[in-house]
Design a protein around this ligand. Structure first.
Ligand code: NAI
Length: 337
């Protein structure tokens, strides 16, 4: 049975990398029934709104979406559609794998999955100014909200993810030495959940600053990492940097009732429309989606083909040091399937 899935090609290079990704999924025999929808600038152009009701309805129905990058105007205009999707569907876990694919990089055996709490912490949106005297903006206060329910669901997701993917251990990253209440709560829930997985998965803890240094010095010691929103935001780009940047970085946003898979990079307006973008990140996002729906076989097959195409070096896009087009790169992956 084909799996119903909402497809949002997105803006800028989005439609180009989406076509390449669909060609690879087709060639690998992945069986999705696509429901094409618009959002972002394409949504505004077609329906007058960046997040049309039809798109939301489609995701409610399929509970699954593959999404290209969406344009967010800086400073003015509509708020981020990505944030709106995260809030609408309560996508509480952001999953960012970082694995070495390009030979000759700084490290050879990085294989980290960073799982970030996506809805609370310092990004919960609880901010206000404080008036002092006649200065209405004399101070500003942001509240880092950590809840037991919010922490437990993302930590449990990290442990279950680690089990499902035959991982060794989960590292919980925190700053409980200073933020004894909020980070202390996250940490103690982690310790409690970890006890349930004793004998099946290893568990350790790191303080965020020490963890950042260790990630740069000896990244191969890390496996699955789970952390709160702000730390996760920063560390997830750090781990992408360890393996060559955002060109091959996929991301998943997981909720109870929906999951949205995307490339981490943006719309790349400087190269949009030229057919030279690297489709790798969206292809890897599609692999995460195949994992999610239980088709590990095809996900691994596509990942192996992508890796072989990159190691073969013949049809690399410009960002990877070659001069192939998006379509030529996709064709090389298909030949390696
Ligand atoms: P960007 O990721 O679009 O581009 C940064 C640089 O990386 C550019 O030089 C671009 O050419 C290059 N690049 C990005 N993806 C590439 C690919 N697949 N192949 C080859 N080169 C690639 O970031 P930027 O310029 O900061 O943002 C542009 C727009 O994208 C903005 O409107 C921003 O809001 C949006 N954006 C959307 C995201 C999403 O929907 N998930 C994430 C990040 C940014």
């Amino acid at each position: 049975m084909p799996v119903p899935c909402t497809l949002i090609p997105g803006d800028g290079i989005g439609p180009e990398i989406t076509e390449a990704t669909l060609a690879i999924l087709d060639a690998a025999g992945a069986d999705f029934q696509w429901d094409r929808q618009v959002a972002g600038a394409a949504g505004v152009a077609r329906t007058g709104t960046p997040l049309p009701d039809e798109t939301l309805e489609s995701i409610r129905r399929t509970k699954l979406a593959l999404k290209g990058p969406l344009e967010t105007p800086v400073g003015e205009g509509y708020r981020s559609v990505n944030v709106a999707l995260r809030q609408t569907f309560d996508l509480y876990a952001n999953v960012r794998p970082a694995k070495d694919l390009v030979p000759g990089g700084r490290f050879d055996d990085v294989d980290i999955v960073l799982i970030r709490e996506n809805t609370e912490g310092l990004y919960a949106g609880l901010e206000h100014y404080i008036r002092i005297g006649d200065d209405p903006h004399a101070a500003a206060e942001s509240v880092a909200l950590i809840t037991r329910v919010g922490s437990e669901r993302v930590i449990r997701y990290a442990f279950e993810y680690a089990l499902r993917h035959n991982r060794r251990k989960v590292t919980l990253v925190h700053k409980a030495n200073i933020l004894k209440f909020s980070q202390g709560l996250f940490r103690s829930i982690g310790q409690k959940v970890a006890r349930e997985y004793e004998g099946k998965l290893g568990f350790d803890e790191r303080i965020i600053d020490a963890c950042a240094m260790q990630l740069v010095i000896k990244p191969e010691q890390f496996d699955v990492i789970v952390t709160t929103n702000l730390f996760g935001d920063i560390l997830s780009d750090l781990v992408s940097g360890l393996v060559g940047g955002l060109g091959l970085a996929p991301g998943a946003n997981i909720g109870k009732d929906a999951a949205i898979f995307e490339a981490v990079h943006g719309t790349a307006p400087d190269i949009a429309g030229q057919g030279i973008a690297n489709p790798g990140a969206l292809v890897l996002a599609a692999c995460l989606m195949l994992d999610h729906v239980g088709d590990r076989f095809r996900a691994d097959r596509i990942r192996r083909a992508l890796e072989a195409a990159i190691r073969g070096k013949r049809s690399l896009t410009r960002d990877l040091g070659g001069n192939a087009t998006t379509a030529q790169f996709a064709q090389a992956v298909i030949e390696h399937l």
